[in-house]
Design a binder for this molecule. Structure first.
Ligand code: 5HY
Length: 244
């Protein structure tokens, strides 16, 4: 059975989409076709509530235009517009923050998140509450490397994340690490080896979770809260979003 996954990078930086696609394809099964997409509109990176809010129309446009995918992966650690995407898709949509946190919660008593900018720590904390994992999230730590700098000097990025992860494990007494940005995809294996604890990247975890629910023959719930949105008039630049 062929599984078709669309991995959406909610920011508009193509090089980051390429990094995300490479990691998703690396972990996906042999019969899984992974396509990564970059929205036609939105922020170059998502590092604030403002960025996150304005990333949502672009990712919804990608999902609404895609009638091929069996499931979607939302490759941004803020899980921006996840519920709206689920309403629009009527197919499974996996957010990488939820995927990484829930996977880490299966592997240890508690986990620490190592994310990018300090100002996104609150958002990560909100998500632990949304996903019912606030008790298992022992801490959220920001390395303050801007999202788009993560791919510029990979060795420096790796060294900084390794140092922050070590400090987080010691400070929080946790026994697993969650990487708090899609731009950190591809780093877990070496980090796991060097830290001796599981290090979870949401792009990889999200891809395999999306693949799993499709292979299990499970469909997104389209009743109740996540039912398709009622058609209505939208105006201005969002005019096209009102039609089904
Ligand atoms: C991400 N921003 O995964 C988030 C990370 C963050 O553009 N892709 C982004 O800092 O919230």
């Amino acid at each position: 059975m062929t599984v078709r996954l669309t991995v959406v990078n909610p920011n508009t930086t193509e090089s980051m989409t390429a990094l995300i696609e490479a990691e998703a394809r690396r972990v996906a099964g042999p019969d899984t076709v992974v396509t990564a997409r970059t929205p036609s509109m939105g922020p170059a990176s998502i590092e604030s509530h403002y960025d996150e809010a304005l990333a949502v129309p672009g990712l919804l446009e990608v999902i609404r235009a895609d009638q091929q995918a069996d499931a979607f992966v939302l490759a941004c650690f803020g899980d921006p517009g996840l519920d709206a995407a689920r309403e629009a898709a009527s197919r499974p949509v996996i957010g990488i923050a939820e995927a990484a946190m829930k996977t880490a919660s299966l592997l240890g008593r508690s986990f620490s998140v190592v994310t990018t900018m300090s100002r996104t720590v609150g958002r990560a904390r909100d998500l632990t509450r949304t996903y019912g994992l606030e008790r298992q999230c022992a801490g959220v730590h920001a390395c303050d490397i801007p999202v788009l700098e993560l791919e510029e000097d990979r060795d420096r990025t790796y060294a900084v994340i390794l140092a922050f992860a070590k400090n987080a494990l010691a400070a929080d007494g946790s026994d697993a690490i969650v990487l708090g940005c899609a731009g950190m995809a591809g780093l877990p294996e070496l980090l796991t080896e060097q830290l001796g604890v599981p290090v979870v990247d949401g792009v990889a975890a999200g891809t395999l979770l999306a693949e799993s629910v499709v292979r299990l023959g499970l469909h997104a719930s389209t009743h109740g809260e996540l039912a398709p949105p009622p058609p209505k008039a939208y105006t201005g630049v969002l005019q096209g979003f009102g039609r089904r």
